[in-house]
Ligand binder design. Structure first.
Ligand code: HEM
Length: 487
């Protein structure tokens, strides 16, 4: 009754709830896409719900994506939301523990290391890591077997990313203590830490110890590189050591170390969840896995030579499988911003007040039938120009895609696109190209080695686990694998 009586006509409609603090936390948390769909039917694209006591305003659709992701710095803040989680994990003075203008400079430094030239060196590193993983891992011994895929792909992701982005010396430490330390750091990303990040809970103590230990490890490498005058491979650390902030201020060692942690952590969950989904989708549609194999044979030759960066461009279906998987399984389902000033929603009487959090869900527009016919169908072929289910994205929206430079290079504003798995605007992902190279290489190498199918031979696909900040397949997610007979 209170909710009906005290309704403010200038505020978005509020999703009905019984308890003021819990609000819709549980219905949202169990299945965010369903929650968005149900409430869109009742309230339209803009509505408010209570998430852990906080008024959270969702704005769906391409206009909502634009409103939130391209919000002005005086209107919206990402750091205000994320810093409680990220600062204890990454460390001080980087990403969300500094003014946004500093983050923009840091993103520029990180992006400089992610060039085509660097990717050329990454493809052999990643493919060798994948091959050696399958040779040494007990779960893949013999001609066939059943395996719970996500934990294996999490390992492949961290080994390949750490080796490519952080070099051999860091990668080798993952075989020793570093994997356990990163695991402890990861505990800091439990959603419960949104409210209990400060508490002296056992996992927070372990997180803090891990943060100090890992940061020291990177700082020791920096010191020894500096002492020996060694420039090493021109890897991420090299670039950060040679970058300067405005006014010619060098990047302090502790910030380099913290950025190294941030980079690895930012990519880990999203890339590993995506590679798991790709493999589970291939197991549910083995025909596509065969098409991928045939594509490689056709484009690269029957002897399948060692993979090179240039080869990736010759494998359009391999690329489409990643694109289509990110359309249906974007790992970041909710992007949040704190509202700093009352924000009128154009074309309506509504104003989002300052005590609200804004929530964008680009995954929602990526499964809108208006743009993607048969949206629930995982169909990598839809990305071919004349496909039956080809995206119906207005040509002018794609062509006139606005770009903008926030200080870390030209990025798409994503204003017209319903497909934004890497976000848009100021906080857009800088890891997109790296993730693509990493995923394309992993997929190509796995396809060379294996045939997958669901254990029961069906085309079923497992449900999604939304319990952590990044969505991923529910576990165990077991599939049947068979080693491909070499010609
Ligand atoms: C930001 C997605 C891989 C580094 C983002 C955002 C999204 C995203 C949606 C925007 C978040 C926001 O607006 O609040 C993904 C997906 C990936 C992926 C789907 C893989 C499939 C990576 C990798 C790296 C990385 C591999 C590092 C090498 C970053 C960084 C930001 C970011 C530094 C910027 C955060 C900010 O400016 O606030 N990513 N990402 N990501 N991502 Fe990624």
């Amino acid at each position: 009754l209170r909710q009906l009586l005290f309704k403010n006509p200038n505020e978005p409609p509020v999703v009905f709830h019984w308890f003021p603090l819990i609000g819709s936390t549980i219905t949202y948390g169990m299945d965010p896409p369903r929650f968005f769909k149900d409430n869109k039917e009742k309230h339209g694209d803009v509505f408010t719900f209570i998430l852990l006591g906080k008024k959270t305003t969702v704005y769906l659709g391409t206009q909502g994506n634009d409103f939130i992701l391209n919000g002005k710095i005086r209107d919206v803040s990402a750091e205000e939301i994320y810093t409680v989680l990220t600062t204890p994990v990454f460390g001080k003075d980087v990403v969300y523990d500094c003014p946004n203008s500093k983050l923009m400079e840091q993103k520029k430094f990180m992006k400089i290391a992610l060039t085509t030239e660097a990717f050329r060196t990454y493809v052999p590193i990643i493919s060798d890591e994948v091959s050696s993983y399958f040779k040494r891992t007990a779960a893949f011994k013999g001609p066939s077997g059943i395996v719970d895929l996500p934990p294996k792909l999490a390992e492949i992701t961290i080994f390949t990313a750490s080796h490519a982005l952080q070099g051999k010396e860091v990668r080798e430490k993952f075989d020793e203590s570093l994997a356990a330390l990163y695991h402890d750091l990861d505990m800091g990303f439990s959603p419960i830490n949104f409210s209990l990040h400060w508490a002296p809970l056992p996992w927070n103590n372990r997180r803090d110890h891990a943060q100090r230990t890992v940061a020291k490890l990177y700082m020791d490498i920096i010191k020894s590189r500096r002492a020996s005058g060694e420039t090493g491979a021109q890897d991420m650390m090299y670039h950060l050591m040679n970058s300067t902030y405005k006014g010619d201020v060098p990047v302090p060692d502790h910030e380099i170390a913290h950025m190294m942690i941030a980079l690895l952590m930012a990519g880990q969950h999203s890339s590993s969840s995506t590679s798991s989904w790709i493999m589970l989708r291939l197991a549910s549609q083995p025909k596509i896995m065969e098409e991928l194999y045939d594509e490689q044979v056709r484009a690269l030759g029957a002897d399948l030579p060692p993979l090179k960066y240039e080869d990736l461009a010759k494998l359009p279906l391999n690329q489409a499988v990643i694109k289509e998987t990110l359309r249906l399984h974007a790992p970041i389902h909710s992007i949040m911003r704190a509202v700093k000033q009352p924000m009128p929603i154009p074309g309506t009487k509504l104003v989002v007040p300052t005590n609200h959090v804004l929530l964008a869900a680009p995954g929602f527009s990526a499964s809108d039938p208006q743009y993607f016919p048969n949206p629930e169908l995982w169909d990598p072929h839809r990305w071919e120009a004349d496909a039956v289910n080809a995206p119906r994205i207005a040509k002018d929206a794609a062509a006139e895609e606005e770009t903008i430079d926030y200080g870390y290079g030209l990025v798409s504003k994503g204003t017209g696109s319903p497909y934004l798995p890497f976000g848009a605007g100021r906080h857009r992902c800088i890891g997109e190209q790296f993730a693509n190279v990493q995923l394309q290489t992993i997929v190509a190498m796995i396809v060379r080695e294996f045939k997958f199918r669901n254990v029961d031979g069906s085309d079923k696909i497992i449900g999604t686990d939304y319990a952590s900040l990044f969505s991923r397949p529910l576990e165990p997610a077991k599939i049947y694998w068979e080693r491909r007979q070499k010609a």
